[in-house]
Write a protein that binds this ligand. Structure first.
Ligand SMILES: Nc1ncnc2c1ncn2[C@@H]1O[C@H](COP(=O)(O)OP(=O)(O)OP(=O)(O)O)[C@@H](O)[C@H]1O
Ligand SMILES: [Mg+2]
Length: 230
């Protein structure tokens, strides 16, 4: 008998509405989603279907308007903004399409600083190890402007995984890269997420990339249209 992995995400009837009155938009219209530890899941769907909005809520960057959400053992529906920030720390890593590195910090500092802020011991050594693991051991003291797009995204991957998060989220992580560089970055993301034992949730428009995940969830107009093994 195979045992069901314990859920790291349990979302029920999640809704997101923005604006009020005439301008009110229903962005998510009741999302039920349970994700087990170590799963790899792709979120697909047309532009505007709510993928990034759902990712922002599941990763604690935004609060849902309604429903319940538990992530890595924390009840995200009862936490205020500070509480969410604290709950994210060490639990959740995020990689976005735009790399969002701090331009005045070196690659090493970009990875080490969040670890230092979180009070983790050995931040510099851990950051150096993470950067070496993404093939950037020779670029530690380069600034983002001195790195290619693919290298910058590797730094962002190292930064996201350095705190050893339970869940890694990526929103179109190869969207700003040419095809070959995107493939290499995708390979690295899958490999590093697996090595870290992290649950991996990927938002993408790329069917081939999504097919590398164990499970594919399709959104349409703020609802889950299908949810199946890849
Ligand atoms: N801050 C906001 N205020 C109002 N509407 C918003 C806001 N953010 C997103 N939306 C709307 O919510 C809907 C879902 O947006 P979202 O960014 O989640 O879509 P997406 O599936 O990620 O699309 P894409 O594939 O283009 O990235 C869209 O109709 C968008 O216009
Ligand atoms: Mg999006």
């Amino acid at each position: 008998m195979t045992s069901t992995p314990s859920p790291v995400i349990a979302a029920s009837a999640l809704t997101l509405s923005l604006g009020s009155g005439e301008a009110r938009v229903e962005i998510l219209r009741g999302i039920d989603l349970v994700v087990g530890a170590g799963e790899t899941l792709a979120l697909l769907g047309p532009s505007g279907s709510g993928k990034s909005s759902l990712l922002a809520i599941l990763s604690g960057l935004e609060r849902a308007s309604g429903g319940s959400l538990s992530v890595a053992g924390a009840d995200f529906t009862v936490l205020d903004e500070d509480g969410l920030a604290a709950a994210r720390r060490g639990r959740i890593g995020i990689v976005l399409q735009a790399f969002h590195l701090l331009p005045t910090m070196t690659a090493l500092e970009n990875v080490a600083t969040p670890l230092e802020l979180a009070g983790m011991p050995g931040a510099m050594a851990r950051a150096e190890a993470e950067l070496s693991a993404v093939g950037l051991g020779h670029r530690l003291n380069h600034y983002p402007a001195q790195l290619s797009g693919g290298e910058q995204q590797r730094v962002a991957i190292a930064r996201a995984l350095a705190p050893k998060p339970t869940i890694l989220f990526a929103d179109e992580p190869t969207g700003n890269l040419d095809h070959a560089t995107g493939e290499a970055v995708a390979d690295l993301l899958f490999a590093r997420a697996a090595e870290a034992g992290a649950t991996f949730i990927l938002v993408s428009h790329d069917e081939a990339l999504a097919a590398r995940c164990g499970r594919i969830v399709r959104l349409a107009d703020g609802r889950i249209a299908s949810d199946s093994a890849a």
